[in-house]
Design a binder for this molecule. Structure first.
Ligand SMILES: Nc1nc2c(ncn2[C@@H]2O[C@H](COP(=O)(O)OP(=O)(O)OP(=O)(O)O)[C@@H](O)[C@H]2O)c(=O)[nH]1
Ligand SMILES: [Mg+2]
Length: 435
């Protein structure tokens, strides 16, 4: 028999209420053994006492029952809503542990069972994990959309389109005396070509969905003493980096996470760029350059009182640079390509933030079509595309059919139509306990 699993569904610590979720064939047994409730109406809360197996009352609370298959996991699910206290929780969990065929749930195991019971596909499960992890409004929207099946619909649509054309081809394979008419094979080729273009467009989206999920990377670079760390502290609105008049203060890359108009942003302060023989500082400069080249946006900070050295931005795509002139409190701003600010007084910061927000929004805002959100999906789609390209080459129809089958398999791996055990282990390992 499949084990009945249980876990707190709410975060640890003191709280008004905590929920314990139980899922599996014996869920109702737990309710019968730990409460005086013998019969229960599905999805209706019953107030009762919750007890140990010897009848000692642990707490008073609510019990709820979601019979299979109309539950989150698709199995019988029972929930105890108890008070959120450490002793209460551990006593409930200990009691559940002592029941035969019961065990604590592993990370993501409830969701895994939901996938296995076809309550949701893998992309929806990943959307759910992202929804729990979402820190900003736009991340929440993207995750909710994915959880509600936007990506599944797209990928399953492609899968079904391939299935239809594969069936046509197989019909001709089954009757080898029939030559596949030129018009039919042309139509199939056209459809495969269209599909591969659609997948290519989906892949070439500037990684917007992945950036929204992982955070948009901004690097602050410039000469020593330009005021990079001061700007960082100003943006973060707290004292995260050391500021001093000594040139070469910052060595390590220091990062803070910010929310700009609902978009997640990671800002990195870096070591001042200069030629140096000092070993540690040189390593700092190397890291600063590496950060700048990976970043989605670079804030190039200059000191208005010092001559500029354009070699600082050598090799960085000019499209992703915002030029910032700092220390405007010491001089008069000029009309040029720079955003003039004072990290010290805060002057001009609003303008800079608005410019940053434009950049961020431009590259991450949600589009009508759902965006790719994970490297896992990207890899599978690239694989699918390779098979489609191969299918377009002229060859025996048996081989074309095999290419289409493999292309479908790549799509199936994304949604979980093709279930690979190791894949599930990797995906659900990142989930939280109780999800
Ligand atoms: N007047 C004025 N001084 C500033 C401003 N921003 C920074 N400073 C001063 O400039 C000096 C260097 O500031 P930091 O923020 O440490 O500069 P940095 O670019 O991080 O320097 P390194 O870490 O050494 O590369 C400090 O003395 C700051 O107080 C500004 O807007 N106006
Ligand atoms: Mg610094």
């Amino acid at each position: 028999m499949k084990a009945t699993i249980f876990s707190p569904a709410t975060a640890q610590g003191k709280a008004g209420v905590a929920i314990v979720r139980i899922s599996g064939p014996l869920a109702v047994e737990a309710m019968k053994k730990m409460t005086t409730v013998k019969k229960i109406v599905p999805r209706q809360a019953v107030f009762c006492s919750i007890r140990t197996l010897t009848g000692t009352v642990i707490d008073n609370g609510l019990v709820l029952y979601f019979p299979s298959p109309n539950s989150f996991t698709g199995e019988d699910v029972v929930e105890f809503q108890i008070h959120g206290g450490k002793a209460i929780m551990s006593s409930v969990l200990n009691t559940l542990s002592s029941l035969e065929n019961f065990r604590p749930a592993e990370r993501g195991e409830f969701t895994r069972r939901a996938v296995e019971n076809s309550k949701m596909d893998l992309t929806a499960a990943e959307g759910l994990a992202d929804l729990v992890d979402a820190e900003t409004e736009q991340q929440r929207k993207q995750a909710l959309r994915q959880m509600n099946g936007a990506l599944a619909k797209l990928y399953e649509g492609w899968h079904d389109c391939l299935l239809k054309h594969l069936a046509w081809i197989e019909a001709y394979i089954d009757f080898p005396e029939e030559e596949i008419p030129e018009s039919v094979s042309q139509e199939i080729n056209q459809k495969i070509f269209n599909l591969s273009s659609e997948i290519t467009a989906h892949l070439n989206d500037g990684h917007r969905g992945e950036k929204l999920r992982d955070g948009f990377q901004i690097a602050i670079i410039g000469a020593p003493n330009a005021g990079k760390s001061s700007l960082m502290n100003r943006l973060a609105q707290r004292d995260v980096a050391i500021v001093s008049s000594t040139a070469g203060t910052t060595r390590d890359v220091i990062e803070v996470r910010l929310d700009i108009n609902g978009y997640p942003v990671i800002v990195a302060d870096t070591a001042g760029l200069r030629n140096t023989n000092e070993e540690i500082e040189a390593e700092g400069v190397r890291r600063a350059k590496a950060k700048a080249s990976q970043a989605d946006l670079v804030l190039w900070v200059k000191d208005a009182l010092v001559n500029q050295d354009v070699s600082e931005i050598e090799g960085i795509d000019p499209q992703k640079i915002i030029s910032v002139m700092n220390k405007v409190d010491k001089t008069l701003p000029q009309k040029d390509n720079n955003v003039w600010i004072s990290a010290k007084t805060g002057e001009g910061i609003e303008v800079l933030l608005a410019k940053m927000a434009d950049f961020v929004e431009n590259q991450m805002s949600l589009r009508e079509e759902p965006s790719l959100t994970r490297l896992r999906h990207r890899k599978a789609l690239e694989e699918c595309l390779q098979y489609l390209h191969s299918a377009l080459e002229i060859k025996e129809i048996e081989l074309t059919a095999e290419d289409l089958r493999m292309a479908m398999r790549s799509l199936g791996k994304i949604t979980g139509q093709v279930q690979v055990e190791e894949l599930l282990d990797v995906i659900f390992k990142d989930f939280c306990i109780g999800k």
